[in-house]
Design a binder for this molecule. Structure first.
Ligand SMILES: NC(=O)c1ccc[n+]([C@@H]2O[C@H](COP(=O)([O-])OP(=O)(O)OC[C@H]3O[C@@H](n4cnc5c(N)ncnc54)[C@H](O)[C@@H]3O)[C@@H](O)[C@H]2O)c1
Length: 315
């Protein structure tokens, strides 16, 4: 990106999450959205084109291109943008859902890691920033011995097309869970994965312990929590829906973390994300290496999803 004060943004995909991107970008004086791309018509305060090629003919030199399209379209659109612009690219998550796609992109585009950043937005949620600082202040706790991350979204009533755009709960929520947990643990290895498409349960080994992830679209509301247990008895419990948390030691609450901001959940994530992206795009939370770890685990999960041992019940 150039050192100019206002950066020109091209927004590719103008659906649900693009609304949050645009709302956050609108609050910043250092960016301006110059054009959009979407085959579906939409009312926007900037010109909208049906293809990237058509947009670049009118707005040829964006500084930042945001790709906020259905999951499986990300790799090809990112590659098209890399080849036809000199812009920094922010791809929605996941960048890809298998390792071969990332490796092929890396081979075809040697500057992939420098120019492509991935919107691992959950990593920027306020309660994660808080919990990160709690963990960093207690190095004596060592690595977490066990993590449970439970994600529910009320997507059961969505159209088949909309659900297909997210692929499955694992492909949709897994990257969010892994990108937030990247602040606390690394060295993941898939142990097992049960998956019905609209629900999944995954067990991973991490350096020093195990992680269990559950994801689910059969829910009355969005509800997301993560509990991190340390061998000595400390526990960090985060509620990602309210963006709050507590720390327990020996079963007693020793810290209680509230949220006093006015931004809603998704807006808060993207406010933090764009702050970092526009100040320090080399931040590891946005990086292709994290996207690569996520793609490898998504693929391992999809390959491992065989006979189920979970009793799936519902009301
Ligand atoms: N909805 C969320 O809460 C949310 C949150 C974070 C990340 N994401 C991610 O963002 C991506 C998009 O999700 P969404 O909920 O906005 O989906 P969506 O279906 O609401 O919007 C996608 C938009 O992309 C457009 N589109 C499709 N192909 C295109 C192309 N080739 N060029 C330009 N536009 C194209 C569609 O017409 C649609 O308007 C997904 O990968 C999802 O995982 C979604």
């Amino acid at each position: 990106m150039t050192a100019q004060t206002t950066r020109d943004v091209l927004m590719v995909g103008l659906g649900t999450i693009a609304t949050t991107h645009l709302h956050v970008l609108d609050q910043r004086a250092d960016v301006r959205v110059v054009a959009g791309v979407d085959p579906q018509p939409s009312e926007q305060p900037f010109p909208v084109f049906a293809s990237v090629e058509a947009a670049l003919a009118e707005a040829p030199e964006p500084d930042l291109v945001v790709v906020a399209t259905p999951t499986d379209t990300h790799p090809a659109l990112v590659q098209e943008v890399l080849r036809s612009t000199g812009a920094l690219v922010l791809s929605e998550k996941p960048l890809a859902r298998d390792l071969a796609t990332i490796r092929a992109l890396e081979q075809a585009e040697p500057d992939l890691a420098d120019r492509v950043k991935v919107a691992h937005h959950f990593a920027f949620s306020p309660e994660i920033e808080w919990a990160r600082s709690v963990a960093a202040a207690h190095p004596q706790w060592g690595p977490p011995s066990h993590i449970l991350s439970v994600f529910n979204d009320a997507y059961g009533g969505f159209s088949a097309e909309r659900r297909a755009s997210y692929v499955s709960t694992w492909v949709d929520s897994g990257p969010n869970q892994l990108s937030l947990l990247g602040a606390f643990v690394g060295g993941w290895r898939l142990l097992d994965h049960d998956d019905r498409g609209d629900r999944s349960v995954t067990t991973l080994a991490h350096d020093g312990g195990t992680t269990v992830l559950t994801s689910n679209w059969l829910a009355a509301d969005s509800s997301k929590q993560t509990t991190i247990d340390y061998a000595g008895g400390a526990r960090i419990r985060m509620d990602h829906t309210s963006m709050t948390g507590v720390v327990l030691e020996g079963g007693r609450v020793v810290e209680h973390h509230g949220y006093t901001g006015t931004a809603g959940r998704k807006e808060a994530h993207y406010l933090g994300l764009y702050d970092v992206l526009l100040r320090d795009p080399s931040d590891s939370r946005l990086g292709v290496p994290l996207a690569t770890d996520i793609a490898a685990l998504l693929e391992a999960g999809e390959l491992a999803a065989a006979a189920t041992t979970i009793r799936w019940t519902d009301a």
